[in-house]
Design a protein around this ligand. Sequence first.
Ligand code: LTN
Length: 333
Amino acid sequence: MEDKKILFSAVQPSGILTIGNYLGAIKNWKNLQNDYNSIFSGADLHTLTVKQDPQTLRANSYQLAALFLACGLDPEKSIIFMQSHVPAHAELAWVLNTITYPGELSRMTQFKDKSQKHQENINMGLMDYPVLMAADILLYNTELVPIGADQKQHLELARDLAIRFNGRFGELFKVPEPYFGKTATRVMSLQEPTKKMSKSDANLNSFISMDDDKDTIIRKFKRAVTDSDNKIIFSEDKPGISNLLTIYSAFRGISIKEAEAEFEGKGYGDFKVKVGETVADVIDPIRQEKNRILSDKTYIDAVLKDGAERASRIAYKVLSKVYKKVGLLPRSR
Ligand code: LTN
């Protein structure tokens, strides 16, 4: 690999993604892969921490891999693989577990939220989630980790564990930095614009999935909740309109100010249709390309196999240094 900084990120194959996930992660990855040695993973082991139907998980993993490719992640430029295909992730997580304190994990916001949400299945994996994520990151001497704000605490743990390990066993891990991107796009629900857009929302009109077709997208935007003063400006007391402006400007690659100027004097009806069309113009081709790629599982398997091989080569070099540092015997070859 060329002498560029190493960047690692991952998404869980836990079902359809929304335009929030797209704007928050994969859209930016496409550009980052030119500037960094980029490694992108489907975090399938993480997905097991909440109940999964095995068949659905398999389908979702193919969906995610195909979406990565359809969004422009390039297997020639980046390493694209499934976490479970590189056992070093689970192996490093074990070692990191031995330097992690239960209190560090039990006070994680996401653990507390998910424990609330899945009271029937509070398992050790759910609590250990951030340690596996630390392993994902540290295995590749990662310097940069593109993440959303919700993963900040987890990245902080990865940094703490890197520093703790280095302190105890000698310099080895790079201490990773978060990468939040230029604009923090926080996409809100179309129905309750004070809540984050979520694919698990019972109201299907509240989110745009990466699987929605053009008509569905436009219909959902037409139904988006706004207010009644008919001014298209970004303002705290206009969460609905502000959200639509955020989405529009992110998809157009323009500033909120420019978007406001474009719609000055226009009505909400026209505005909503325009936002819908703009989003659909980007999302619809991605969906079609994703479905085309999905029809060729052999191709996806080949991409993931190559990715896993390349990832393994890096990961096992680091893992064997970890094993040596902690005092495990070298394996004779
Ligand atoms: N927890 C992340 C997904 C994830 C990840 C990672 C992100 C798993 N491993 C390593 C960055 C680096 C999420 O759910 N967004």
